[in-house]
Design a protein around this ligand. Structure first.
Ligand code: SF4
Length: 712
């Protein structure tokens, strides 16, 4: 009914972070409530727009499939014994084998308050760096690239830049499907200003190329080379911003020398790119002549064994032209998950400490120890996702707590991950879903609140913090993740530091933490939301979307950008060019595995479909697993449209229906990531993806697996 209030919250899915409004209508006695969802017209991420997934959010607020009761060894339990068992097992394992014998594997689905507590417990009190997140699979290469270039994990841009740019270059991003509202904003801006140009660089001809003025179907993995070529071109065309380079950066000559070396042999340069010189030169010319150039990149860049180098090769071209931190220009990483950014901020990655303070900075460690009153702060980075599950497989990690994610479906070489979990002494899983590929391995299962039940904050790709608000009461015994971890922390003997009356208190502590060391040269950094540390609980509950930084005593501002006037957070305060030598993907195709398997998202599904799979209209878009195959390969391998085919790699195999399409180039296949063991035990792409990863970022190479194709 119209009389019910519309509650403002944030979409559960991608890193665009759209504001939504939800209205609950109680059903007749005995029937569950229905939730209507619409876009929030006042939210600066979307101004009322939503994509198909956001519009269907209400359909996913159902009881079906939920985990509603703690379980110990498959038996229902009350909370107290389940929490006690987790605390005891972790405490005993740590006492016997040391802090690095335990680990948390967490998620970009967690709210910032949850993430903050997870990181505080592991790094601050257990004393290990072994907390990593599924964001490792999503944007850790961008984090590594940002830190190398800027000294901090800073996204310099805002969404307005997409609309104000004159040349938007989309690299490795199917924005139309993966960040649909940003695509809508870009499309509308381009319609209003037809002189705006869009370039799409992607081995796949996706929906996104529909708005491209220029499309570069680059060979998979060749992005560093393309951007080294661009740096060389800009230098030769005398389009560099010498004064920006001189005043605000270091190591330019090194990076340029490497770039020139990589593209000196023009014939092999174009051959490695797989592109005709005319397309490449047009792209370079457009960049050279367009001051307001914005480079938007996503998983096609990040999910690579050279992911961090790809990010730095892109950033190099922006530093070299001074096109950063100004309206309509800059390097812009758009992140996949709803709160990957919030997780990065509070230290959810194994190689970050907290509040953008870094391992290896003695002063930062001292400040954190005092702030948390912690005697046992981790002294160095922990294991990153793939290494973490290798250590579980090797028996070095003996107790693991998985929160809000499904690594048995989503990590590369998932058969090994499943084996590792099956052999692990103690596995805890907290989730809102009962039956996932990972919950099967849990000794203790803890019911977490779902999207519509939780309360906290998330940060989107433009550094905007938004409230996620409770829309419906928690189902069964489900509890907030921050509460579950705090209770375990208290039972482990860390009570005084984990006594939070509410999520607002967690947020305020985190906000206060971002002030640590800001006035000191060794700790000064980008992330500062200490201006929100003193808000009241009421102000927290009514918090409007706010973009950071918000320093103490300052008012929140919109459309803030970084680095137009330098001011980087490296030791020298200069932006760093990184010398990026092109190297091909870690594994190559060969006679046995002659095709390249790419993987990615669909428009209407999210991750392993535990939520989007509940909506009939979302399922209708692509109802079953498929593999895109180019017509030439279909002919060569004797496959026809609709046939069931099998792809096999060194890791394993998967089957799906053949879809014959020129969306993929000859020699390349594409398979969506969403289908897992619980839907179709043979159609999970993670069974096939091999576990190569970027040595700098630890991000797996999920978009390049040599495979064989055969009939099923
Ligand atoms: Fe949700 Fe992303 Fe769609 Fe916005 S664009 S409605 S955040 S899935």
């Amino acid at each position: 009914s119209d009389n019910q209030p519309w509650i403002k919250s944030t979409c559960a899915y991608c890193g665009v972070g759209c504001g939504i409004e939800a209205q609950v209508t109680q059903g007749p006695e005995g029937e569950s409530a229905t939730v209507a969802v619409r876009g929030d017209e006042s939210h600066p991420a979307n101004y009322g727009r939503l994509c198909s997934k956001g519009l269907a959010l209400g359909e996913t607020v159902v009881d079906q499939g939920r985990l509603t009761q703690p379980q110990i060894h498959g038996q229902d339990s009350a909370w107290q014994p389940a929490l006690q068992m987790v605390a005891d097992k972790f405490s005993h394992t740590i006492a016997e084998h040391g802090p690095d014998s335990v680990a948390f594997y967490v998620s970009g689905q967690l709210l910032t308050e949850d993430y903050y507590i997870a990181n505080k417990l592991m790094k601050g009190f257990i004393g290990s760096g072994n907390i990593d997140t599924n964001s490792r699979l999503c944007m850790s290469s961008s984090v590594a690239g940002h830190k190398r270039a800027f000294g901090t994990d800073t996204v310099p841009n805002t969404y307005t830049d997409l609309e104000q740019s004159d040349l938007v270059v989309l690299v490795g991003s199917n924005l139309a499907w993966c960040h649909p509202v940003l695509f809508q904003r870009l499309k509308a801006a381009k319609a209003a200003r037809p002189e705006m140009r869009v370039v799409v660089i992607d081995p796949r001809d996706t929906e996104t190329t529909s708005i491209a003025d220029l499309y570069l179907p680059i060979k998979p993995g060749a992005d560093v080379l393309l951007y080294n070529g661009l740096l060389d071109y800009l230098a030769r065309a005398e389009k560099l911003d010498d004064s920006y380079i001189e005043q605000h950066t270091e190591n330019f000559t090194h990076a340029l020398n490497q770039a020139q070396f990589d593209c000196a042999d023009r014939e092999s340069f174009y051959a490695k790119l797989g592109l005709p010189s005319s397309l490449v030169t047009t792209f370079y010319r457009w960049v050279a002549e367009t001051d307001k150039t914005l480079t938007v990149y996503s998983q096609g860049v990040n999910q690579s064994s050279a992911g961090a180098d790809k990010v730095n090769a892109i950033i190099n071209t922006h530093l070299a032209t001074g096109r950063i931190g100004r309206l309509g220009c800059g390097p812009f990483s758009v992140t996949g998950q709803p709160n990957a950014m919030g997780g990065r901020e509070v230290g959810g990655l194994a190689n970050m400490l907290a509040a953008h303070l870094e391992f290896g900075n003695q002063r930062a460690s001292e400040l954190i120890k005092t702030f948390w009153d912690s005697a046992n702060l981790a002294t160095g980075p922990g294991l990153k996702a793939v290494e973490m599950f290798d250590a579980i497989a090797d028996g070095k990690i003996k107790a693991v707590w998985v929160m809000a994610t499904n690594p048995a479906a989503s990590l590369p070489n998932r058969d090994k991950v499943k084996q590792a979990l099956a052999n692990c002494d103690f596995v805890v899983v907290s989730d809102c879903i009962a039956d996932t590929d990972t919950t099967q391995f849990a000794h203790v299962l803890l019911p977490a609140q779902g999207w519509a039940e939780k309360s906290g904050t998330v940060t989107n790709s433009e550094r905007r913090i938004s409230r996620q608000r409770q829309i419906v009461p928690a189902l069964g015994e489900a509890k907030p993740d921050w509460w579950i971890m705090s209770e375990v922390a208290k039972l482990m003997g860390f009570g005084a530091q984990f006594d939070y009356p509410s999520e607002a208190d967690v947020f305020k502590e985190y906000a206060a933490m971002t002030a640590l060391g800001q006035e000191e040269e060794s700790c000064k950094r980008d992330l500062d939301i200490s201006g929100l540390a003193d808000i009241t609980t009421e102000q927290y509950h009514s918090l409007a979307p706010v973009q950071w930084p918000v320093a103490q005593g300052s008012q929140p501002l919109d459309d803030q950008r970084f680095f137009a006037e330098g001011g980087f957070y490296t030791a020298s305060r200069k932006g760093q060019f990184v010398s990026t030598a092109y190297r091909p993907p870690q594994t190559a195709t060969n006679a046995k595995y002659p095709l390249i398997l790419n993987s990615g998202r669909l428009r209407d599904q999210w991750h392993t479909m535990t939520r989007t799979g509940l909506s009939a209209r979302l399922n209708a878009h692509k109802p079953e697993p498929f593999i895109n195959i180019n017509p030439l390969d279909a002919q060569a391998y004797g496959t026809t449209e609709g046939a069931i085919v099998k792809v096999t790699s060194l890791a394993g195999s998967a089957m799906a229906r053949a879809r014959i399409t020129t969306e993929v180039q000859p020699g390349q296949l594409f398979m969506p990531i969403h289908w897992t063991g619980t839907h179709s035990s043979h159609s999970c792409v993670s069974s096939v993806v091999t576990p190569e990863y970027d040595p700098v970022s630890g991000q797996p190479e999920s978009k390049f697996t040599p495979v064989a194709l055969s009939p099923w």
